[in-house]
Structure formats: structure tokens, C-alpha cells
Design a protein around this ligand. Structure first.
Ligand code: TGC
Ligand code: FAD
Length: 387
């Protein structure tokens, strides 16, 4: 993959191996069919267990059979997956960072033993239910409620825009205790085959089409006390999971942009107009130079963020700055790549327009670009500007 500043030289053997494994998997198994899935609005579900076999779910965690690879290795994995399609990286992000991480960090021993091995192997699929129809950027306004009853909780509410919900075995639902509106938000592991739990597919998406997205409806769904994550209460629970997933996006966006760049560079060298390759035109060279520069800057940010995460020094606000920057970069540069491909660029035969459409989702989920602007603005000025 494009590496203008020779960052690969800094990688450990293990990091190179993970990068190579992910690249080979993507190229041999997913790449040949991804455009077709995207057009049909389907996800290649057969890769779920294959990715489990390859340790692609939360490999940066350790214990319960998880290998505990470096944060850079994890980032490289996300970069390779998203170079294929944001939907493939989303599958790994949700399963690893949004379902396995909270169970690992906040779950009981029983919850960890029961869920982590199955989720790691891809034998079970998880989803993360935070967003609601009326509460997206402001999840703390959530209406989903949990009422104590019969040694457990009865859940009511709707979660919307939930990646993998229609195929999930377990949904991590964030809810508040209805009996007291002041009670903190808590995490509930809800098996999707319980009475009162239904899911619905959202099938009108024009972005992230190779990913399954849906709603989770909870209608008097009872779960035992043992299904509550005991180690956390308050918004810090779901928001800390978002930090993990946003870190993966920081890297993934670089992968999508790099795939666009490589496609555009090759195309510019091959495509001839006015008696020679379009790559000889200064206008095209300016576009390619800017793309290569922006990708390199974003990649440097991703590498540094991984170093900070490795030493436990990474702050959520730094993740916000990097998510905001790298996704905007990928959104802008995928469009320029599409432009270089001329008419061919608007087809699914080439990746840039697919990535460009995907980036509309990535720019929006895990905190919109605006929300990350405000998070960094708050950090810089000390003044919150959310309301
Ligand atoms: P606020 O008062 O700021 O904080 C509440 C508590 O949480 C702590 N905290 C964090 N901890 C870890 N990581 C973070 N990123 C954190 N942000 C805040 C904070 O320190 C505080 O702790 P404590 O101990 O003092 O209580 O919370 P708020 O409710 O006012 O939230 C502010 C805001 C707007 C920044 C937050 O709500 C936000 O980030 N909104 C964006 C919503 C969002 O990102 N939703 C994502 C849904 S999941 C998704 O999109 C998955 S897509 C997956 C895929 O397919 O790849
Ligand atoms: P809104 O919050 O309604 O925002 C609308 C617009 O207003 C945006 O431009 C926003 O930036 C702006 N805005 C909002 N507040 C402010 C403010 N204070 N200042 C300035 N501007 C503001 N969620 C999950 O819980 N789990 C998932 O697995 C998941 N997967 C997703 C998959 C897809 C394909 C998509 C599209 C979304 C997914 N989401 C998921 C939801 C996602 O996190 C939300 O869409 C996102 O947080 C934004 O919420 P919203 O769509 O309600 O937009």
C-alpha cells in the first residue's frame, strides 16, 4: 500500500504479519465480490466466521483467547479492511470495539466467559444500540427505559441505525431506569431471540450499502439482572466504547483514501487523451500530489495516536480530532479520485465512488464531523458549545 514516508519500516514483525494477512484476506476473499454486494445492498455474511478464524475481532484485547496485539497492528488491520469497503471495517469495529470491548472492560466473569470466545470466533454476532430515532448526536437524551421486575429488568424503546442488528445474536442496549429519571445509563446484554425483541432492516441506504443496518424494537423485553454490565454506569460507558471504535475509523479512513489514490494514480497513467496519458497533465498531477500529501498526513496522525493509545496516554479529544480530520480527508479525496476517473469513475467497476458514498456514513456515524468539532472546541477553549 502507498507509503510515501516509509512508515512500514517502523513496523514490528507481528505488525507486518497482521497487515499482510488482512491484505491477502481482503484481496482474495472479499474484493472480488464487494462491488456486487454493495450494489445489491447485502453483506458477505460468510466472511464473519472467516474473520473470526483470523482473529480480526478485538485482537488488541488480551485474555479469553484474544491475542493482545499492538494498537498499531489493530489500526493497520482496520486500514486494510476499509481499503476494501467501510462495511467490512464496520463489521469488525462493531463486533470488536463496540460489543467485545464493553463486555471485556465492564462485564462480569460469567458474561466474559459466555460471550467473548463466541464473538471472537464470529460464531455469534453482536450489535451496539445507543442511537434512537429522536436522539442521535445527543444520546444522553435517550428514552429507552429499564424497569426493575422479577429479578431483572423490563426494557422498552427503539434503537435506530444499528449496524448488524438484523443478524445479531446479542444487542448491547444502553438504557435508563424508568423509575428514576436521574438514574444513570446502564448497558444490557439482550439476546435477540428473547420475547419482546424484534429487529427491522433499513434498506433505503445510498451509503454503506455493503453493511446491514437496522432498528431494534424492545417491547416489554425482560432480561435477568445477570445481563446488566456490572462494571459501569453513566454515559462514560457507551462513550468510552465509541473512543475505541473511533480509533479504528481514524485508520480505516486512511485505507479507503489510499485505495482511491492507488486506483486514480493507475488510471491516470493508463488513460490516454490528447495523445498521451492524462497523468502528464499538470492539473492531474496537482490532484494526485494533494491526495498523496493528505493521506500521508492522516496516516502520520493515526500512527501517533496508536503510540499514545499503547502507552495509555491517548485522550478521547485527540481521537475526535483525528476522526474528524481523517474522515473529512477521505471524503474529499475519494471525490477527487472519482473525478480523475472521468465517466468510468461513476461506475461500480472502480472503487472511488463506492468509497465516496460510504464516507457520507463514516462522516456521520461515531459522532458527526460537527460533534467532533465541538468536542475539540470544548477541549481547546474550556467552553462547551453543544447546546
Ligand atoms: P459528557 O457529559 O461530555 O460525558 C459524560 C461522561 O462520559 C465521559 N466521556 C467519555 N469517556 C470516554 N470516551 C469519550 N469519548 C467520552 N466522552 C465523554 C465524560 O468524561 C463523562 O464522565 P463522568 O465520569 O464525568 O460522568 O457527555 P454528554 O452526554 O454531554 O455527551 C457529549 C457528546 C455530544 C460529545 C456525546 O454525546 C457524543 O459523543 N455524541 C455523539 C454520539 C455518537 O457518537 N454516537 C455514536 C453511536 S454508535 C455508532 O455510530 C456506531 S457506527 C459503527 C460502525 O458501523 O462502524
Ligand atoms: P442528528 O444528531 O439529528 O444530526 C443532524 C445534523 O445536525 C448533523 O449534521 C449534526 O452534525 C448536526 N448537529 C447535531 N447536534 C449539533 C450541535 N450541537 N451543534 C451543531 N450541529 C449539530 N448508532 C448506534 O448506536 N449503533 C450503530 O451501530 C450505528 N450504526 C450506524 C450505521 C449507519 C449506516 C448510520 C448512518 C448510522 C449509525 N449509527 C449507529 C447512528 C449514528 O451514530 C448517528 O446517525 C449519528 O450519531 C448522528 O445522529 P443523527 O443521525 O440522529 O443526526
Amino acid at each position: 500500500m502507498f507509503d510515501y514516508f516509509d512508515l512500514e519500516r517502523r513496523l514490528s514483525q507481528e505488525e507486518r504479519l497482521i497487515q499482510e494477512t488482512a491484505r491477502e484476506f481482503v484481496q482474495n476473499t472479499v474484493q472480488p465480490e464487494i462491488a456486487d454486494h454493495w450494489q445489491r445492498g447485502t453483506f458477505p455474511t460468510d466472511i464473519i466466521t472467516e474473520m473470526g478464524d483470523l482473529d480480526f475481532y478485538a485482537p488488541n484485547l488480551e485474555g479469553y483467547g484474544l491475542p493482545g496485539v499492538s494498537e498499531t497492528a489493530y489500526g493497520l488491520l482496520m486500514r486494510e479492511l476499509e481499503a476494501c469497503d467501510s462495511g467490512v471495517r464496520s463489521m469488525a469495529s462493531v463486533q470488536g470495539a463496540l460489543v467485545m470491548y464493553p463486555i471485556y472492560a465492564y462485564g462480569s466473569d460469567e458474561q466474559k466467559e459466555s460471550w467473548l470466545p463466541k464473538l471472537a470466533a464470529g460464531e455469534a454476532v453482536g450489535c451496539f444500540g445507543l442511537t434512537e430515532p429522536e436522539h442521535g448526536s445527543n444520546p444522553s437524551g435517550m428514552e429507552t427505559s429499564a424497569k426493575r421486575e422479577n429479578g431483572g429488568y423490563v426494557l422498552n424503546g427503539t434503537k435506530k441505525w444499528i449496524t448488524n442488528a438484523p443478524i445479531a445474536d446479542v444487542a448491547l442496549i444502553w438504557a435508563r431506569e424508568r423509575s428514576d429519571p436521574e438514574t444513570p445509563v446502564r448497558g444490557f446484554l439482550v439476546e435477540t431471540d428473547r420475547d419482546g425483541v424484534t429487529t427491522e432492516n433499513i434498506d433505503s441506504k445510498l451509503s454503506l450499502r455493503a453493511s446491514i443496518t437496522g432498528e431494534v424494537h424492545l417491547n416489554d423485553a425482560w432480561v435477568p439482572e445477570a445481563n446488566v454490565l456490572p462494571g459501569i454506569d453513566g454515559m462514560g460507558g457507551p462513550l468510552s466504547c465509541l473512543t475505541q471504535a473511533r480509533f479504528g475509523i481514524v485508520w480505516g479512513a486512511v485505507g479507503a483514501a489510499t485505495d482511491c489514490f492507488e486506483t486514480a494514480l493507475q488510471y491516470a497513467q493508463d488513460r490516454e487523451q490528447f495523445g498521451g496519458p492524462i497523468a502528464r497533465f499538470q492539473l492531474q498531477q496537482e490532484k494526485l500530489t494533494e491526495m498523496a500529501t493528505q493521506i500521508t498526513l492522516a496516516e502520520l496522525m493515526a500512527h501517533r495516536l496508536a503510540e499514545l493509545k499503547e502507552t495509555g496516554e491517548m485522550r478521547p479529544e485527540q481521537v475526535s480530532m483525528a476522526k474528524r480530520n481523517n474522515v473529512r480527508m477521505a471524503r474529499d479525496q475519494s471525490r477527487i479520485a472519482r473525478e480523475i476517473l472521468g465517466g468510468n469513475g461513476i461506475t461500480a467497476d472502480y472503487s472511488p465512488m463506492r468509497h465516496m458514498a460510504n464516507m457520507e456514513t463514516v462522516y456521520t456515524y461515531e459522532g458527526t464531523h460537527d460533534i467532533h468539532t465541538l468536542i475539540v472546541g470544548h477541549d481547546l477553549t474550556g467552553i462547551p458549545a453543544f447546546e
